[in-house]
Design a protein around this ligand. Sequence first.
Ligand SMILES: N[C@@H](CCC(=O)N[C@@H](CSC=O)C(=O)NCC(=O)O)C(=O)O
Length: 280
Amino acid sequence: MVTSVKEESSSKCFNGYQKVFSHQSVELNCKMRFAIYLPPQAEERNCPLIYYLSGLTCNEQNFIQKAGAQRFAAQYGYIVVTPDTSPRGCGLSGEDEKWNVGSGAGLYVDATETPWNKHYRMYSYITSELPIIIEDNFPIISDKVSIIGHSMGGHGALLCAFRNPGKYKSVSTFAPVCNSQKCVPFKEAFDLYLGPNSESHKEWNAMELVKNYNGPPLCILIDQGTEDEFLDQLYPTEFTEACAESRVSVILNMRDGYDHGYYFVSTFIEEHFKFHSQFL
Ligand SMILES: N[C@@H](CCC(=O)N[C@@H](CSC=O)C(=O)NCC(=O)O)C(=O)O
């Protein structure tokens, strides 16, 4: 059965269209929105697909309004899907009280603890439910898929790649949370979503997952600002060392003077498209 999607907005952009759709999610048990950029090439043929996973506090709008990615998606002929970062409006106690728990803070995990486990299954949504919806409704090339993420979304992109060997042709991240168990804002949400058992938290930690990665060759690009206000929580150098030990190819660019925000993302987004074009 094809999941029906409802078009919420459509704006012409670089000869393609930036659109937003809503749909009822089975995994998340709520209505969800995602943004999708359809390049001009998508009117005539199927196109490679890039997922962009956003950070804490974001919805499907931050990236499409601030990163300036549409120009490069049109240039390369890539469809770009930007999901929301969490379920919303589920009526859970504490759902809208903190920036690091609940709405805007799905953390790209599957919660095991009540009441969060009824809705907070962003990992399964991103890797299982949404791909079927996209494939059923849009002209993608299903074996040419890559993933980008920023901050919490960088952690999400790494999880998706390490847990699904071969599913994504390449991964790139901006200021990713590389060691989720050492990231203070994540700790509170992990305890609530997954329980206080830190062994289970390892399953959602890129630094742990890379140690056991033995899938097809995977190439990761990381851009990291040196003036990032969260840098002490991100551990990019340690992660790069762990990748080297696991023979996962990684390029870490330390970007002098850049902080954590979207001015940084918009500065280097073109390089991320160029990086992915080697694999798509
Ligand atoms: N200036 C930003 C600083 C914090 C920030 O960049 N937050 C990120 C996500 S943090 C980790 O997951 C972000 O994407 N914020 C939304 C945005 O549109 O900038 C700020 O004050 O948010």
